[in-house]
Design a protein around this ligand. Structure first.
Ligand code: ADE
Length: 262
């Protein structure tokens, strides 16, 4: 995977490209990443990249000529790349989009600043507009990093021994199961016994159930969107029966047999 970022703040990307899994992927040649700046494609003494909006109003707009020049330069370096404009008006970024972007060989990520970019640049030079959430950032740089981060870890070989992207939250429409490491007891809380049992089938079953229940409790919207498999329906029915039983067995409040609610 090859990335070129179009940004007026190329320095923001050095720490991101120097660390962690992304840093290692670059060092190992699994991905390449570089930044180009519209400032280098200006023709005035002040290297101006923004201007006032036609029609008046607050804020500034990214000038079309330097931005278009920069994107064309990036395209000349990565002719096969899809060009993506990061903007709150774009298509919502999610794991499914990360997977489809990871299947492409190259991306040009265009970071807007100020109040936005001149509309005409988008019309001619942008393949896709992407938003990382329904909130407004001061520019597209952090959004571009989010996209690169999520896409890079899907590039084969980048995660190394640190796990498989197949088990991620969202990859099967569910959140990931709970994870534990040593010590076995932390501040009085024990690691679920089954995870220490060495019984791989039982561990697998526990993880499936845990992922399902967590998704139900934390992100019911995901389950509704995705639907339930027959075995998941069974798991939820078991929980439903257990809760019903608990409610039946539980004495009414006020008749607590153990003072202090033990
Ligand atoms: N630029 C500013 N806000 C953004 C967002 N939410 N997503 C992508 N790019 C942005």
């Amino acid at each position: 995977m090859d990335y070129i970022v179009v940004t007026i703040f190329p320095e923001m990307f050095s720490p991101f490209w120097d660390h962690g899994i992304v840093g290692r992927a670059i060092k190992e040649g699994k991905i390449t990443a570089g930044a180009v700046t519209p400032r280098d494609f200006t023709e005035d003494r002040h290297r101006t990249t923004d201007d006032r909006p036609f029609g008046g109003g607050m804020g500034m707009v990214m000038k079309p000529e330097p931005l278009a020049g920069t994107i064309r330069f990036a395209k000349s370096r990565l002719p096969e790349a899809q060009s993506i404009l990061l903007t709150p008006q774009g298509r919502p970024f999610d794991q499914q989009m990360a997977v489809s972007l990871a299947s492409l060989g190259a991306l040009i990520l265009v970071c807007g600043r100020y109040e936005g970019v001149d509309e005409r640049v988008g019309e001619s030079l942008i393949d896709l507009e992407v938003s990382v959430g329904d909130y407004v950032l001061t520019g597209g740089e952090l959004a571009a990093m989010i996209v690169m981060d999520a896409v890079t870890r899907l590039v084969p070989g980048t995660l190394g021994g640190e796990g498989s992207a197949q088990e991620d939250s969202f990859s099967n429409g569910l959140l990931e199961y709970a994870q534990y490491t040593r010590p076995r007891i932390f501040e009085g809380q024990k690691v679920p016994e089954v995870l220490c049992s060495g019984n791989h089938k039982a561990i697998e079953a526990w993880r499936r159930e845990n992922a399902l229940i967590r998704t139900f409790l934390k992100r019911r919207d995901l389950l509704i969107k995705r639907g339930l498999k027959p075995e998941e329906r069974k798991i939820l029915q078991k929980w439903y029966r257990d809760i019903e039983q608990l409610l039946k067995d539980q004495p009414l409040s006020g008749s607590d047999p153990l003072p202090g609610g033990q």
